[in-house]
Design a protein around this ligand. Structure first.
Ligand code: PLP
Length: 405
């Protein structure tokens, strides 16, 4: 594999920093990835060269910004192989994308007594919006469980579906277990039963080639900030047939066709779901993040990160009393673990003092914590810029911390 890690790292000035006088090791890309210079420069260029509000401009700057903004819609369409650019809606992030569907889809298609299947390994962002919708519509949430190995119990899915089932909500990749879920198999079962599938791709799209047509998902959601892009921007992909039938999520400028006190008509998709001035700067810089991913190549990133995953997993397993949560063969570069008689929070705090950024706590996934009967754990997650040398630094620090504790 032709993977020039030195060049890749050179795009991320933040990695050169020292933390508490130690080299900075960033193992928290699952929470948010660092941003390459290409993204930082894209933001600056916009403000220096062609800023204006989009879609309503009667002047050069507004036209230019609109063109750049809409160009990113095309890039997103290509990235996930959507059929139509109108199926790409810009939101604030995965959380807002899921809330949009949970509100609008349920408003139109879910009625009292209906059921929504939610997997047990979801981030809170893919549980709570469905619970709120269920309260609103007097519907019921049904749990799709996972095994102790961290794999969805796919055999259970047909048993959970009945004529009241409207939708299945599931992560493409679990943010705790790292499991890459069998999305195509899930949509196949869903199709046979006329059930809609929403996939939370927040932990997937920066690691894997996603193809929404091949996997036949109805909705797919993700956040730019986990893909080396800016904060405050996300995507909702939705099949045209659903988006066209769903009512707007928010009202305001841009999402209307005509407004009067007698009644208002709505704009076409995607604008029907993009009320108000969007995060123009971040969407345009998001385009630079997609270019960055394409330039390195997602298959290369996947191979590189896979190597890191296997290396770190093997070494961690040598530590007595260490338990890894999520041991599927189909796994992304996330490792969550606990060590007997040691509090994950103490570990994380001491590692931080050695310059190593990890994540500790419930990881916004209480149902996963409940599955393993634990309060929290420690997670390391890798990005395109991490190295085996950093893993060695981390392991050495971890062993030192364990002696201290
Ligand atoms: N879903 C998963 C699987 C995640 O890992 C996260 C963030 O960690 C989210 C949803 C929420 O993403 P955001 O906070 O960008 O909306």
């Amino acid at each position: 594999m032709n993977y020039d890690i030195h060049k890749i790292r050179s795009y991320f000035p933040i990695l050169e920093n020292k933390v508490y006088d130690k080299p900075f090791v960033y193992f928290d890309s699952g929470a948010s990835a660092q941003k390459p210079v290409q993204v930082l420069e894209a933001e600056e260029e916009l403000h220096n060269k062609y800023y204006g509000n989009i879609h309503r401009g009667a002047h050069f700057m507004a036209d230019k910004a609109t063109e750049q903004f809409e160009n990113v819609r095309n890039k997103v369409k290509d990235l996930i192989n959507a059929k139509n650019r109108e199926e790409i809606i810009f939101t604030k992030g995965t959380t807002e994308s899921i809330n949009l569907v949970a509100f609008s889809f349920c408003e139109q298609f879910v009625k009292e007594g209906d059921e929504i299947i939610v997997s047990e390994m979801e981030h809170h962002a893919n549980i709570v919006p469905w619970q709120l919708a269920a309260i609103r519509k007097k519907a019921r949430i049904v749990k799709l469980p996972f095994s102790d190995k961290g794999e969805i119990l796919l055999d259970k899915l047909p048993e959970l579906i009945n004529n009241k089932t409207k939708l299945i909500a599931i992560a493409h990749v679990s943010n705790v277990l790292g499991t890459i879920n069998p999305i195509s198999e899930i949509t196949k079962i869903a199709r046979q039963n006329n059930v809609v599938v929403l996939v939370d791709g927040a932990q997937a799209v920066q690691h894997l080639n996603v193809d929404v047509q091949e996997t036949d998902v109805d909705f797919y959601t993700f956040s730019a900030h986990k893909m080396y892009g800016p904060n405050g921007v996300g995507v909702l992909y939705g099949k045209r047939k659903w988006l066209e039938q769903m009512p707007p999520y928010q009202g305001g400028g841009e999402m209307i066709s005509e407004v009067s006190f007698e009644g208002t008509t709505f704009n076409e998709i995607p604008y029907k779901f993009e009320a108000g001035t969007p995060n123009i700067t971040s969407v345009i810089a998001f385009g630079a993040a997609i270019d960055f991913l394409n330039k390195i190549g997602l298959p290369n990133i996947k191979e590189w990160e896979n190597d890191l995953l296997h290396y770190a997993t093997k070494k961690l397993k040598e530590i007595p009393g260490l338990k890894i949560y999520g041991e599927s063969n189909s796994k992304s570069s996330v490792i969550s673990f606990n060590i007997e008689n040691v509090h994950a929070y103490d570990l994380g705090m001491l590692l931080d003092k050695m310059g190593i950024a990890v994540r500790t706590g419930h990881l916004c996934a209480d149902t996963v914590m409940q599955h393993y009967n634990m309060q929290g754990c420690l997670r390391i997650s890798f990005g395109a810029y991490n190295t085996k040398e950093e893993i060695d630094i981390f392991l050495k620090a971890l062993k030192k911390v364990l002696l201290m504790l």
